[in-house]
Design a protein around this ligand. Structure first.
Ligand code: GBH
Length: 491
């Protein structure tokens, strides 16, 4: 191959052109040997374990649409999104990507991508229109059809039972997760679904992201149901959410086919040492326990940390020892949703760590909150394994938003997303290389969809969705991910 001076400059970066004094022939030789070396390094050093489960993810309210079909009743997100000013441009999930009617085509998108697995969630109010009591006979039809389609195409389903779309009726009757009745209703629904679908689904997640739906929905009020509860009631709501998880674990265990695996998908604070030295690494481990005390830590350890109880004081949740036992019911695997890093340093304080806030100049992706920290994909799973001995870990979400404007040829060249993914996956690979037992990775998301309060303004998909026509087009990042999966390495 003849490498012109211009091509060479392109390969090594235009800036170097002025500085180099290589002749064309020398340039050619040095360039080729470097490329050879590089590809050898990549092939040897950047592969994932055999059988690594590459996947992608979505959630019911974000993609399904069909909001009032086949007996589905409103969830708190139907109500909330229809209240003035709650979502950007008043967006709702009434239609969204119309996945309810287009699932067959969407499974073909997955197949073309080469994913081995797909994580989706089930809409509670399709299955139990009254939240509890009598199941809707048509409620599971859609999921049965979707599951058959996935299995027929060799894609292994992972199902989430609660991705934030609580039946509105339970909010009206019980105050939603403020009440223990909701925890019990959730377990009842979870057990029913497991009984009916565990012949087709081997892995169930109870709840997606306590850390998002409880905090944003019941404390900050920017997600459904839009409440700002006072501390005591709020901490009790947190408790009922983890209790609901534990009761659901028991119900699934009792009703599902033998061998069914149960876990959760939590967006814990991912504590990364500011510098990778022994003292900061240790501080980040302790911070992982303390900053996740109300959810992951109590689930793992069966008690609230002393620091959490001291910090909540008179507003601490009320609970029994039996509750703690339920909450910490043994799991088969753990899923972690990882987007952003929390930097931790060791300090002389009693708690032994301090959070280092991001400076104003810290980089983020299209969503303001999505600060970039690829090493989160290393430290997140490593800490979960080290602290709690979890030996089957999945990255249940990772991905990013981008402005995603189609080019003249109709394709979205989302180089920023590819940059983000390549860097995050490099650290995931590093973790597997170091022996952290990560079994799979689900990229958020298969396609653009309803991004909660941000409506349709923030796109997270590997496929661009043109909402007026519902046309899906693979972005550059889909081409990238396809290659990662095919090669089982960072490309
Ligand atoms: C996940 O949340 C969700 O599971 C998924 O449904 C979602 O589509 C995806 O990530 C992408 O966002 O408005 O500035 O207060 C990730 C955790 C919690 C991060 C809510 C953004 C809102 C920040 N998210 N948070 S802000």
């Amino acid at each position: 191959m003849k490498v012109s001076r211009r091509d060479f400059a392109k390969i090594i970066g235009a800036g170097a052109l002025g500085a180099t004094t290589l002749t064309g022939a020398e340039a050619k030789e040095s360039n080729e040997s470097n490329l050879e070396k590089d590809s050898a390094i990549q092939t040897k050093k950047r592969t994932f374990p055999n059988g690594f489960l590459w996947g992608s993810a979505t959630a019911s309210y974000q993609v399904e649409g069909a909001f009032n079909e086949d007996g589905r009743t409103p969830s708190i997100w139907d109500t909330f999104s229809k209240m003035p000013g709650k979502t950007v441009n008043g967006a709702t999930g009434d239609v969204s990507t119309d996945h309810y009617h287009r699932y067959q085509g969407d499974v073909q998108l997955m197949k073309a991508l080469g994913v081995k697995t797909y994580r989706f969630s089930i809409s509670w109010s399709r299955v139990f229109p009254d939240g509890t009591g009598k199941p809707n006979p048509k409620g599971l039809d859609f999921y049965n059809k979707l599951l058959d389609e996935l299995l027929k195409n060799g894609i292994q389903p992972f199902a989430t039972l609660y991705h934030w779309d609580l039946p509105q009726i339970l909010q009206d009757k019980n105050g939603g997760w403020e009440s223990r009745d909701t925890s019990e209703a959730f377990a009842n629904y979870a057990g029913y679904v497991a009984e009916k679908l565990s012949d087709k689904i081997n892995h169930f997640f109870t709840i997606n992201e306590f850390g998002a739906f409880v905090e944003l929905g019941y404390r900050i009020g920017i997600h459904a149901p839009g409440l700002k509860l006072p501390a005591g009631r709020f901490n009790q709501t947190r408790h009922h959410a983890v209790l609901g998880h534990g009761l659901a674990v028991q119900a699934i265990r009792a009703k599902a086919k033998k061998g069914t695996k149960i876990g959760l998908a939590e967006n814990m604070a991912i504590c990364c040492p500011v510098i990778e030295t022994a003292e900061h690494i240790k501080a980040a481990e302790e911070a992982t326990r303390q900053l996740n005390a109300q959810y992951m830590t109590v689930i793992q350890e069966g008690k609230y940390t002393d620091l959490y109880l001291a910090n909540t004081g008179k507003d601490a949740p009320k609970y029994t020892d039996a509750d703690l036992k339920t909450i910490s019911s043994p799991l088969d695997f753990v899923g972690i949703n990882i987007y952003t890093p929390t930097y931790i340093r060791a300090d002389g304080s009693k708690q032994g760590f301090a959070v280092v806030p991001h400076p104003a100049s810290y980089p983020h992706m299209a969503s303001q909150w999505l600060t970039v920290g690829p090493e989160a994909l290393y430290w997140g799973p490593r800490n979960v394994n080290k602290l709690w001995g979890e030996d089957e870990i999945y990255i249940t979400e990772n991905g990013c938003s981008s402005s995603d404007i189609p080019a003249a040829d109709g394709k979205v060249y989302d180089t920023d997303r590819v940059m983000y993914l390549r860097n995050y996956l490099s650290h995931l690979q590093r973790a597997t290389e170091d022996g952290v037992p990560i079994k799979g990775y689900f990229l958020w998301s298969l396609m653009d969809n309803f991004e909660w309060a941000d409506g349709y303004t923030n796109r997270f998909g590997l496929h661009y969705v043109d909402y007026p026509t519902q046309k899906r087009t693979p972005k550059l990042s889909a081409d990238f991910y396809k290659e990662v999966i095919k090669e089982n390495r960072v490309v």
